[in-house]
Design a protein around this ligand. Sequence first.
Ligand code: S5P
Length: 234
Amino acid sequence: MERKKSNLAVALDVTTKQEFLDIADKVGPYICCLKTHVDILEDFDQDLIDKLKKLQKKHDFIIFEDRKFADIGNTVKHQYSKGVYKIAEWADIIDAHAIPGDGIISGLKEIGLPLNRGLLLLAEMSSKGNLATGAYTEATIEMAKRHKDFVIGFISGKKYNSCEELIVMTPGVSLDNSNDDLGQQYKTPGNVIENGSDIIIVGRGIYGKGKDPVVEAQRYRNAGWNAYLEKLEN
Ligand code: S5P
């Protein structure tokens, strides 16, 4: 983040390999993190991963596979390391729901810790009517504290006083829209950085219909980084 003066993560939710690689190369210079949903790619193959790794070297970003694991420890271990995607081999960080209890972290940790990977817990969500609030969020924070060897932070809209050292990555960020028609709710980069978020996650705001990903990535990078600099001054 410091090297690239960027707290922007792009959520690259496109469904073809060509589009994915094309946008990743275009936005690469402006991001600290590339967030993937590999299971939405229609033509996923090992070549995509090889090319993604090359882009990672070229542009210097971390790869976050937004798999949102949510099962028992034994199952998530396999989902993380095996199957078609072999996520553990290429994703620097992943995320998980806290709903199954501590076992989910223990399972993921068995695979991820030896590979020097990190885990984010979903403490809050951006979508309308979501259930990750109140006591659930509190319990998630406590769970993170019990696994600080592997949990590096949260998906959330704000920083928690009791664990300021953990990274907060925030989705649901847009400079132009306040919602989509499927329950997504947006805040501005300024709003979320003000609330203590470290990294803004932006998807369709960057590559949506009629957008130029380079122009938008620069715009969001500047908005996010300037908000961060302003927060440092106050
Ligand atoms: O609460 C959440 C958590 C996540 S990780 N809300 C979200 O929207 N996300 C992800 O952020 C979602 O899966 C998508 O990849 C991205 C938001 O995309 P956008 O196009 O709405 O900016």
